[in-house]
Design a protein around this ligand. Sequence first.
Ligand SMILES: [Zn+2]
Length: 334
Amino acid sequence: MKQLLKICSVLITIVLFQACGSDNKATVSKPQPVNTPSAAPVKIPAFIADSSYVFIEKQLNFGTRVPGTETHKACKEWLVKKFKGYGADVIEQDFTADFPNGESAASTNIIAQFNPKMNKRVILAAHWDTRMFGDQDEDPKMRNKPIPGADDGGSGVGVLLEIARLIKDNPIDMGIDIILFDAEDQGASGTNDYWCLGSKFWSRNKHINNYSAQYGILLDMVGAKNPTFGKDDVSRQFAGAQVEKLWTLAARMGYSDMFVNKNTGQIIDDHVYVNTIANIPMLDIINRSPNTGSSFQKCWHTHCDDLSVINKRSLKVVGQVVTAAIYKESTGNF
Ligand SMILES: [Zn+2]
């Protein structure tokens, strides 16, 4: 019943708020008490921001990653090859995505499994597609053209590829599934329709029968300068314990300027469906600045979302916090 209530409240939320772009006022939430386990020796590898930057640059060099295009396909093949090169067992989960313009296209969730036989597992996720229309662009002539997607798409993937590279060189005693969802960002603006299609598909058709994970961490738009990573309502509702642990860890690492102790309200992103359909707690690290005109960074869903938006300190902070979280988790000290 409790679960049903949760699901109902999320469904109401989905109806009430605009997909991927609602503008709630942020409110300060009370700090929650957190268990502080004693430090155990765990080697946390150094996340290399330059490396993740190059992974973003490489994605952009393919061109836009709109499902159904040749550049999307070429980028997919490169991503699969990279993960395999880092020692992952990779599953390409194909599905058909329907778009607001009435068209549909072949799409693929990419699932890179590390230590696939281990029971204890954590998911790290991002979306790898880029939006087929820059509908927030100031220039009306540009609004039906696909965007570069450096921050929106490229940044989360770039951080996760670097973590995959680190896992290869620093074996981790836990299962990690890096899931790159496709067709997240093709939704109809101002509606709740056609968003997050890859995560919806995966949540209903997990890549392994009876698959489960302890929790998941979603990265979306993590590469812009001076980001604000607050605590959104769905993350707090379904993965509250993990949210508090991760934000506390970030603060201890000196990154509370980015991982702010604020409730950023309602948001629709891939984690909503992993939480409500797959029933796996998943939090979202997403830049939702209260200081910009839209609630996202200023180049969100426009043609200025190119490499010039990407800031290496942001990549370093997010990448290092997530890396620390999983290596600590592997030794039971997260
Ligand atoms: Zn987007």
